[in-house]
Design a protein around this ligand. Structure first.
Ligand code: BTN
Length: 319
């Protein structure tokens, strides 16, 4: 319900509650409640007595028809949901039940969005792009080590092409502007070690983050609206990211991480920085982030010599 109303609103002019209720054949109270719900989910809407409602900025809403057609041309099948718990959780379940290669699940809101290392992924209605894609590789799980870097690099490249010229990558797969996080990636896999691997690649992009959410995020955040000076069209963005991922994942499946290494190095935001690697069991290792190897492992110069960090479950902090 909130979305059918939001689609009738614009950032340019007020529209009265009465007008909306007539058009949708619902009561005024339903319109009022839906606007309240949209606001509670984080959409910013101005309401002025006697004039009605107006969007605080040029939100774009995901359009199933347009996306279905454009993504269909590059071999994806799309499911677009207004609300889910987590697109990754849903698609992982679907993967176990035999869901097809290149299935995409995008959602306007997630009630239980998940980040790496068991963290929550917070987002606001209209202010983020959250989706997951199921990819069935030819290569086994044991040969997916560079995958998260390839996804991060591809996303970074697309965001730079959209005008975020300062976007960079942080190992293994965050996309940053300076030290502020612009997008996150959660990759989950399915299958045994030696047979062809299936991955669910979940991506969350900050499109417009307000001060309250930035505070709750627990880390410095960047958003596209701030970096580009305007609200991007999220439909175009989704098509651009999935188009670029299609090529990159095909290439990664055939050739691994090696062909991506140079570009990754060029965009490495923390190159040469002194970092602390936090392992899953609480162990820490300090050194200088000097490079990534052909498999995508982070090469860390430590007082004890060069160490290769393979695990995707580590978290890097500057010292
Ligand atoms: C991180 O940086 O911690 C990873 C964030 C990944 C968030 C995305 S949003 C779409 C997909 N569904 C989820 O529940 N998480 C990922």
């Amino acid at each position: 319900m909130p979305l059918s109303i939001l689609r009738l609103l614009s950032a340019d002019a007020f529209r009265s509650g009465q007008d909306i209720s007539r058009q949708l054949a619902v009561s005024r109270a339903s319109v009022h409640n839906a606007v309240a719900l949209a606001r509670a989910l984080g959409a910013e809407i101005h309401a002025v007595r006697g004039r009605g409602y107006r969007l605080a900025c040029r939100y774009t809403w995901l359009d199933a028809t347009q996306l279905g057609r454009q993504l269909g041309e590059i071999g994806y099948t799309l499911e677009l949901r207004e609300a889910v718990d987590s697109t990754n959780s849903r698609l992982m379940l679907a993967a176990q039940q035999g869901e097809v290669h290149k299935r995409v699940l995008a959602a306007e809101t997630q009630s239980a969005g998940r980040g790496r290392r068991g963290r929550d992924w917070l987002a606001q209605l209209g202010g983020s792009l959250t989706f997951s894609v199921l990819w069935r590789f030819q290569r086994p799980l044991t040969a997916l080590s560079g995958l998260s870097l390839v996804v991060g690099l591809t996303l970074c490249r697309v965001l730079r092409a959209q005008g975020v010229s300062g976007a960079g990558v942080k190992w293994p797969n965050d996309v940053l502007v300076g030290d502020r996080k612009l997008a996150g990636i959660l990759i989950e896999t399915h299958g045994d070690m030696l047979s062809a691997a299936t991955a669910v690649i979940g991506i969350g992009i900050n499109v417009r983050v307000d001060a309250a959410l930035a505070e709750r995020a627990g880390q410095a955040v960047a958003d596209l609206a701030g970096e580009m000076g305007r609200m991007p069209d999220r439909n175009d963005l989704l098509v651009a990211v999935l188009g670029a991922l299609d090529e990159a994942l095909e290439r990664f499946d055939a050739q691994g991480f090696a062909p991506f290494r140079e570009e990754w190095r060029a965009l490495h935001a923390w190159q040469g920085r002194s970092v602390r690697v936090l392992g899953a069991a609480g162990a820490t290792l300090t050194g200088e982030a000097v490079d990534v190897d052909e498999q995508g492992a982070l090469l860390l110069a430590t007082p004890e010599g060069m160490r290769a960090i393979h695990s995707g479950e580590v978290s890097l902090r500057t010292t």
